[in-house]
Structures are given as structure tokens and as C-alpha cells.
Design a protein around this ligand. Structure first.
Ligand code: SAM
Ligand code: SF4
Length: 327
């Protein structure tokens, strides 16, 4: 089916997400099947040198000024602080998304290497439910990891919560209270159809309006003016901080999305929901010039659809799931 395109780097794409591994020590059901996935062989992962080359090109030629490392679970990639050190020389806003389980050990070295900001994913504050959702009994380690990130001076520390109906939506107010008490911004994310088990349905999504209304009953909220960031922001009227809602499903932000992605195996993607990938690794390993790499990325961004189409007949589910693409 023909879909409308946007004009590539003609609209500046400044936000690069780099997946550094497809591996993960957790098995969140909305992201990975319980039995795990077949991991990429090591030789298929981009090396730190290859990642740095692509990132440098995007920063120096194409105006990228924000890089987030993700996965899979980025902290299971050996020597992650070394990659952070290399990327920190690019002078961009450098961030990481992690499940938080190893932050007690890694938050300090990551901060010293030049990491500035961190998002920790946490979908339940109840130990039994956390274990059911992740298949790991690690809630205390993740909570301690959040403290370690704050102690290491990472700022801001944000907590990402994927909200799923009848799974964890009864914890909305608990999470709001947690954020207020700990001084962290909680970002509620609408459940997206990228789960490996393909169990997603419309009915499992708890939308922005409902999230804000339910939290607002306990702690009144008011909107904060929107930027190009994907989260809609709301602040507590009593000055107790703010929350974000990433409403990818009920209020998609494709019109202002300026994000591009590099997968762990070196595929360039112009959208989380793209069904086509562009083989940068092949070019990198066949002696391509910087111009060749730039051309491929420009063509890829030029072929970006105007919208993901979730909930319409046009929607096509990507072949790879969230942990393989890099959330
Ligand atoms: N392992 C790291 C983590 O959990 O933060 C980084 C990778 S994970 C794929 C990145 C983010 O994607 C997490 O915040 C996770 O909750 C979110 N995510 C995964 N599957 C999702 C889905 N089906 N819908 C919405 N968010 C999802
Ligand atoms: Fe692993 Fe993150 Fe996916 Fe959970 S959300 S399975 S921690 S990659």
C-alpha cells in the first residue's frame, strides 16, 4: 500500500537511538517472549568503532545533537562505559535507557565516562508483580539502582512505566507518589504493538487522558507546553514535580518526531514501526566512504512514512520486536 512520505533530513532529525545489544537479562512480557529470543552472534554486532563512526557522521553532517543508548539491555554489553566515553566526545546530549538492575555497579562509571541522563524502566512497585512481569526477582536491585543513579549525579533520572490495562494500571497513583517522593520524573508509556508474543490489543492500552485523569484525582495536574520531545508533560499544581505521558497510540506524535535508529546489528531505521531497514553494517564492512554512508541514511530518512498508522488498516507490524529494534 502506498503511504505518504515526509521529507527526510529536510525536517531535521536530531535524535539518534542506538541499540548496543539485542540481549537482555529480563523477559518483560510486553517486549520479549518468556523463552527468550535467538541472540545475534557477536560478529554481527556493530563494534564500538563502527558505532562511533556512524554517530560522528550524523552529528557532524546531519545535525544530530541527542543520542540515547538502548537495547535489549544496554548494560549487558561489555565495557559500556568505554562506548559512552567515545560518544561523549561528540558533545551531544547523551542518555541511556536501562532496566536498572546493574546500576549500583555501573551508574558511577557511566557518569564518569560522560553519561548525563538516564531512564530506568520499572512497571510495578510490587515485588510479586514485578517478578511476574520480568521473570526476575529484582525489584530491590532496580530500586537501589535508581538511588545509585541519583547518587552518581545523573540528572534527570526518569522512570519509564509501560501502562497495561488490568496488569499494572492500578498502580498509577502509587507511581505518581513514588516519583514525588524520590524526586524522579515518571513517564507513563502507552502499550505499543511491538510485543514479541503479539498479544497487544486496543483494549490493553490505557490512554493519556485516562492516565492523567486518574493521577490528577489524587494529585491535581496541569499541562506543560509541548516541545518536540515525545512525552506530553504535566506538572503537579502543588509544585511536587511533573510526569510525562508517551502517548504513541492515542495521540501519536509522528508529525514532530525527529528520531532515527541504529540497531545492534547495524541496520538504520527511520521509525520504530518501520518495516524496512537499511544495511549500514554491510556498507561499513565493505570499505564505504562517509559520503556513501551519508547517502544511504539520507535516502532512508527521505523514505519515512508520515505516520505509523496504529489502529488503522494501513498499520503493518514490524517483523522485529521492541528488544530487537531498540526501544
Ligand atoms: N532494556 C532497557 C529497558 O528496559 O529500559 C532498554 C530497552 S527497552 C526495549 C526500552 C523501553 O521500551 C523500555 O522503557 C520498555 O518499557 C519499552 N517497551 C518495550 N516494549 C514495549 C511495548 N510493547 N510498548 C511500549 N513500550 C515498550
Ligand atoms: Fe529487556 Fe528492556 Fe525488553 Fe524488559 S523492556 S525485556 S528489560 S529489553
Amino acid at each position: 500500500m502506498e503511504r505518504p512520505l515526509i521529507d527526510g533530513f529536510g525536517r531535521r532529525h536530531r535524535d539518534l537511538r542506538i541499540s548496543v545489544t539485542d540481549r537482555c537479562n529480563f523477559r518483560c512480557g510486553y517486549c520479549m517472549p518468556a523463552e527468550g529470543l535467538e541472540w545475534l552472534p557477536r560478529s554481527e554486532l556493530l563494534t564500538f568503532e563502527e558505532i562511533e563512526r556512524v554517530a560522528r557522521l550524523l552529528v557532524e553532517r546531519h545535525g544530530v545533537d541527542s543520542i540515547r543508548l538502548t537495547g535489549g539491555e544496554p548494560t549487558v554489553r561489555a565495557n559500556l562505559p568505554e562506548l559512552v566515553r567515545r560518544l561523549s566526545t561528540l558533545g551531544v546530549d547523551l542518555a541511556l535507557t536501562t532496566n536498572g538492575a546493574t546500576l549500583r555497579m555501573l551508574a558511577g562509571p557511566l557518569a564518569e565516562a560522560g553519561l548525563r541522563r538516564i531512564n530506568v524502566s520499572l512497571d510495578s512497585l510490587r515485588a510479586d508483580r514485578f517478578a511476574e512481569l520480568t521473570l526476575r526477582d529484582d525489584l530491590p536491585r532496580v530500586l537501589d539502582g535508581i538511588d545509585a543513579a541519583l547518587e552518581a549525579g545523573l540528572d534527570p533520572v526518569k522512570v519509564n512505566v509501560v501502562v497495561m490495562r488490568d496488569v499494572n494500571d492500578d498502580e498509577l497513583v502509587d507511581f505518581a507518589r513514588f516519583g514525588r517522593d524520590r524526586g524522579v520524573v515518571v513517564r507513563f508509556i502507552e502499550f505499543m504493538p511491538l510485543d514479541a508474543d503479539q498479544a497487544w490489543s486496543d483494549g490493553a492500552v490505557v490512554g493519556l487522558e485516562e492516565i492523567v485523569a486518574r493521577i490528577g484525582e489524587a494529585f491535581p495536574l496541569e499541562p506543560v507546553a509541548r516541545t518536540s520531545a515525545p512525552a506530553s508533560r504535566f506538572r503537579y499544581v502543588d509544585g511536587g514535580g511533573e510526569i510525562g505521558v508517551v502517548a504513541s497510540v492515542t495521540r501519536s506524535f509522528c508529525d514532530s518526531c525527529d528520531r532515527i535508529r541504529l540497531t545492534a546489528d547495524g541496520q538504520f531505521r527511520n521509525c520504530l514501526f518501520a518495516v524496512d531497514e537499511h544495511d549500514l553494517r554491510g556498507l561499513l564492512r565493505s570499505g564505504a566512504s562517509d559520503d556513501d554512508l551519508s547517502d544511504l541514511m539520507e535516502r532512508a530518512v527521505g523514505a519515512k512514512w508520515a505516520g505509523h498508522g496504529i489502529g488503522t488498516v494501513e498499520f503493518i507490524r514490524p517483523a522485529r520486536s521492541m528488544s530487537q529494534i531498540g526501544g
